[in-house]
Design a protein around this ligand. Structure first.
Ligand SMILES: CCCCCC/C=C\CC(=O)SCCNC(=O)CCNC(=O)[C@H](O)C(C)(C)COP(=O)(O)OP(=O)(O)OC[C@H]1O[C@@H](n2cnc3c(N)ncnc32)[C@H](O)[C@@H]1OP(=O)(O)O
Length: 288
């Protein structure tokens, strides 16, 4: 099966959840959670996550992001830069209120399927992708960044997969995306310790590709990355990227519902709820 057909393949059960109109934004005037603009000099699309204050990743944000990715695919854009419009935070990861206290099972199932869909579309996109990490990127924020092809980060922020200390276990598609960036041993150390790295440490181990001081430099470094493909036929580039990433994506596509069920079972365990609850409380108490 070719890759674009594979990307469209979802089980009947999964399609039912993804296509269902449930969990729509209630207000037509609701603020956009994902903004798109085009850099007029380079023709590259800039996608900004815009869920204030910290871009925590909710079901609605995932849905909107997937719609944007579909548009960019059909417009056959030259490239995409993913960044944040929140001050100091690229994304604070999954919205903890989707996980705690004791989430509604239907909503959680849909939430998880849209998280998977986001990863499938971003990791498997045909066009080149850069994450401009213009703020902290813990947990799910880091997952978005490692799903892109190239990572550029501002100094003095933190990035990493701190799920284990929060009581959350990484699914294999997240582990494998990390292993596509870092050697297995480094990936394991990062995951099991849950340590967040500062920008320099992240650069030193190869988790990010460039450190920049401002957005202007980020755009210039992104352009250098995109222009490495200027003499490569678009289709050949896209199919080659997807060939490299195909195994992880097809494994998840075959296992989506089960992956959601496993995660839900884990999240609903009283011990997990307890750990997430005290973690969330400590986040709130920090500011008191
Ligand atoms: C191992 C891989 C597993 C993969 C599968 C699962 C994937 C991911 C799991 C997750 O993503 S779980 C989420 C984990 N996220 C975090 O641990 C980050 C938590 N947040 C922070 O550390 C900080 O907020 C920040 C991002 C460093 C920003 O700090 P800042 O001081 O700028 O802002 P705060 O005052 O802390 O936050 C403002 C406001 O937002 C609330 N909030 C922060 N993060 C989240 C979140 N992820 N979900 C929901 N709400 C969040 C925070 O409590 C504050 O609320 P108020 O106090 O204003 O009510």
């Amino acid at each position: 099966m070719n890759f674009s057909r594979l990307l469209k393949t979802t089980s009947a059960l999964t399609s039912r959840w993804l296509c269902s109109g449930r969990f729509q934004s209630t207000s037509a005037a609701a603020q956009k959670l994902v903004d798109v603009s085009v850099d007029s000099k380079t023709g590259v699309s800039i996608v900004s996550l815009n869920r204030k204050p910290v871009n925590s990743l909710s079901l609605e944000l995932f849905k909107e992001f997937c719609g944007v990715m579909d548009d960019l695919e059909s417009e056959k854009v030259r490239g995409m830069i993913l960044k944040s419009s929140c001050d100091n935070v690229f994304s604070s990861g999954l919205d903890i209120t989707e996980l705690y206290p004791h989430p509604d099972e239907d909503r959680f199932h849909a939430f998880w399927l849209w998280f998977q869909e986001t990863w499938i579309k971003l990791y498997g996109s045909s066009f080149p992708t850069v994450a401009f990490i213009n703020g902290h990127a813990p947990a799910g924020g880091c997952v978005l960044a490692i799903s892109c092809e190239y990572r550029i980060m501002l100094p003095y922020y933190k990035i990493g997969l701190n799920e284990a200390p929060v009581g959350i276990v990484a699914p294999d598609w997240v582990v494998n995306s990390l292993k596509s960036v870092l050697a297995s041993r480094k990936a394991e150390q990062l995951l099991t310790s849950g340590r967040l790295l500062d920008t320099q440490e992240a650069f030193d181990i190869g988790l990010i590709d460039k450190i920049v001081n401002n957005e202007e430099e980020a755009l210039a470094r992104s352009e250098e990355f995109f222009s490495t493909f200027d003499n490569v036929p678009k289709l050949a580039r896209a199919l080659t990227k997807q060939q490299v990433r195909k195994n992880e994506i097809s494994k998840l596509i075959k296992n989506r519902s089960n992956d959601a069920k496993l995660f839900l079972n884990h999240i609903l365990r009283p011990e997990t709820q307890k750990i997430i609850g005290s973690y969330f409380k400590s986040l709130k108490d920090r500011k008191k």
